[in-house]
Design a binder for this molecule. Structure first.
Ligand code: FES
Length: 56
């Protein structure tokens, strides 16, 4: 398990990267729908944006 990105929903970086690659996600909203990361307090949204930028 890689580093936890979203603590509210307990979603780690690998899960997000995998979803981005497998489903060709490009927006935070799509990542939220696919993994539920970022759907709690919203504090990890900038991190999700960074992961999106790194993987697109
Ligand atoms: S840490 Fe991801 S929504 Fe709160």
């Amino acid at each position: 398990m890689s580093e936890t990105v979203c603590h509210c929903m307990d979603v780690d970086r690998d899960t997000i990267v995998k979803a981005i690659k497998e489903k060709n996600l490009t927006t935070v909203e799509e990542v939220q729908d696919a993994t539920s990361a970022g759907t709690g307090c919203g504090g990890c949204v900038p991190d999700i944006e960074e992961i999106l930028a790194e993987n697109n």
